[in-house]
Design a protein around this ligand. Structure first.
Ligand SMILES: N[C@@H](CCC(=O)N[C@@H](CS)C(=O)NCC(=O)O)C(=O)O
Length: 227
């Protein structure tokens, strides 16, 4: 059994998508980041960076004691290794996937995250910051779009790279992007969205989070951005 410490945000969805795709047994432990639950000492013992997602695998493959992990990229690699799915073993194919996973972790995730911050959460509009992150998001989607030309998935077969990128890319509208500029990405978004496991992962949102706007409250902003 795997415990998934989760909230209904893009980084949380990466892991719920994997678990649904792989059919691994898991249970959700909600961590309401708008209420400050990410600062609870018992969560910090698992995730010292006070961010979701995190997992605890109570039945690791080596039969040893439970394994706790934070950072969505490391979690995806771990689960791929454990299940033997969504990350090829062969060196070229494996690193073909991993370079796109790290592109998401070091590029699209942080840049789109700042895009969300300055467009949605900042107390006043800072035009330079908005322009910078909207443009950088567009540049990154241009890179993704070119990679997807003539390909169904980001790197070979459907993989943890697609699972890491999709939850951020599906927010293109909020990020002030024009989907018609990225036709290959648009087709790929449709392909991923149509997957039953992806639909099951997003269906969890309503069960876990009754108020998706809660992160916009003054208290949530103070907790999230006053650290
Ligand atoms: N690099 C981390 C980023 C995780 C992250 O930023 N999580 C956000 C939600 S998407 C969070 O938990 N925020 C809580 C906070 O800022 O206190 C990962 O990919 O796991």
């Amino acid at each position: 059994m795997i415990d998934l410490y989760y909230w209904t945000t893009p980084n949380g969805h990466k892991v719920s998508i994997f678990l649904e795709e792989a059919g691994l047994e898991y249970r959700i432990v909600p961590v309401h980041i708008g209420k400050g639950e990410q600062f609870a000492p018992e969560f910090l013992r698992i995730a010292p960076n006070n961010r979701i997602p995190a997992i605890v695998d109570h039945a690791p493959a080596d039969g040893g004691e439970a394994i706790a992990l934070f950072e969505s990229g490391a979690i995806l690699e771990y689960l791929a290794d454990k299940s033997g799915q969504f990350l090829p073993r062969e060196t070229r194919a494996c690193f073909g996937v991993l370079q796109w996973l790290y592109w998401q972790m070091g590029g699209l995730g942080p840049m789109a995250g700042q895009n969300h911050h300055f467009l949605r959460y900042a107390p006043e509009p800072i035009l330079y910051a908005i322009d910078r992150y909207v443009k950088e998001t567009a540049r990154l989607y241009g890179v993704l779009d070119r990679q997807l030309a003539g390909r169904e998935y980001v790197a070979g077969d459907y993989s943890i790279a697609d699972m890491a990128i999709y939850p951020w890319a599906r927010g293109w509208q909020m990020q002030q992007q024009k989907l018609e500029d990225f036709p290959n990405m648009a087709a790929w978004l449709e392909r991923i969205e149509a997957r039953p496991a992806v639909q099951r992962a997003y269906a969890l949102v309503e069960q876990v989070n009754a108020d998706p706007q809660a992160l916009l409250s003054d208290e949530a902003r103070r907790l999230l951005f006053g650290q």
